[in-house]
Design a binder for this molecule. Structure first.
Ligand SMILES: [Zn+2]
Ligand SMILES: [Zn+2]
Length: 316
């Protein structure tokens, strides 16, 4: 059984096609600090994370125009400047900051410009992945093997295979369980356990449709939580989430299954979300050291699923 953690790093690109960015800090400082303290703690407890980064964020600068086959206006919000002028759209230091750590984190892609894959043409998605991959190759010496599609909107598998992608994160909506059951799942769990599968040549690892590493009851970055939760003391909400996370691992251990927890970097960028996540990462490292559970990136999960399948095929 294994636990995988993935975190979306997108800043301004996460909502460049939408109105409103009140969940973000004004200059991206809160998010950069949150990344620093997360990476420090991961090094302390040796817990690797798959960071799915929007490619454009890693650019030093640009002139605001890009030659992709996107519809008109897709790059309208692109400021065409650099990290100093628009730190929410350029964060070239982030890639090295993640890969320069002693912990074996993974850089995976979240497309080049946070394109909504299910709405875009296959040509556009192919352009996005090609661009993101060649940029990662230049930056790190190797392309990504994993993708997290923006807003869980599914890309065609042939497009992924064509871009050298071997693993994709897929969300499983559990809202059909009814409103009350869903609210209960969000607050106290249990976090559902889904087994990864090799489908159409790509390994699918499943997560919830809502961020699960961070708490739905606490502020999401700079944005307050939904009104019903605000009435509860912050300490209580933190304890509930702490328990939610422990139980997510318990469920994986008990069912000999896998558990994929995720959030956006901005979700973590406040002082209410961090304490339960920090304690959970410590617990996860300790449970891994005791041999209870493995902690793997999406790239390692990919290798596992494929090798298990090969063994199964040999046994047949
Ligand atoms: Zn640009
Ligand atoms: Zn995203």
């Amino acid at each position: 059984m294994a636990v995988t953690i993935s975190i979306e790093v997108e800043l301004g690109w996460g909502v460049h096609d939408l109105e409103g960015s009140e969940h973000l800090s004004e200059n991206g400082e809160a998010e950069r600090n949150a990344l620093g303290r997360l990476l420090d703690h991961c090094d302390r407890v040796d817990v690797p994370v798959s960071f799915d980064v929007v490619g454009h964020l890693l650019e030093d600068e640009c002139d605001g125009t890009h030659d992709g086959p996107h519809g008109n206006g897709w790059f309208e919000a692109d400021p065409g400047t650099d990290a100093e002028a628009n730190p929410l759209f350029y964060a070239p230091a982030v890639g090295h900051e993640i890969l320069g750590r002693q912990t074996d984190h993974e850089l995976c892609t979240h497309t080049y410009s946070h394109v909504i894959c299910g709405d875009a043409s296959p040509e556009t998605v192919a352009w996005e992945l090609r661009r993101a991959q060649s940029q990662l190759e230049t930056l790190t010496g190797s392309a990504a093997h994993s993708v997290v599609p923006p807003r869980h909107s599914p890309p065609e598998r042939a497009t992924l295979r064509g871009a050298g992608i071997e693993t994709v994160r897929v969300s499983r909506d559990t809202s059909d369980r009814g409103r009350l059951a869903r609210a209960g799942e969000l607050v106290v769990g249990p976090h559902p356990t889904f087994e990864p599968r090799l489908v159409d040549g790509v390994v699918e690892t499943y997560c919830t449709s809502y961020p699960s590493l961070t708490a739905s009851t606490l502020p999401s970055g700079q944005r307050p939580p939904p009104p019903p939760f605000r009435a509860l003391p912050v300490g209580l909400r933190q304890r509930l989430h702490r328990r939610y996370l422990s139980r997510a691992v318990d469920a994986a251990v008990e069912s000999d299954g896998d558990c994929h927890l995720w959030c956006h970097l901005y979700d973590l960028a406040n002082d209410a979300q961090w304490p339960p996540v920090r304690e959970f990462l410590t617990e996860l490292g300790a449970r891994r050291d005791r041999g209870e559970v493995d902690v793997v990136t999406m790239a390692s999960l990919n290798e596992r699923v494929r090798s298990t399948r090969e063994v199964a095929a040999t046994d047949d």
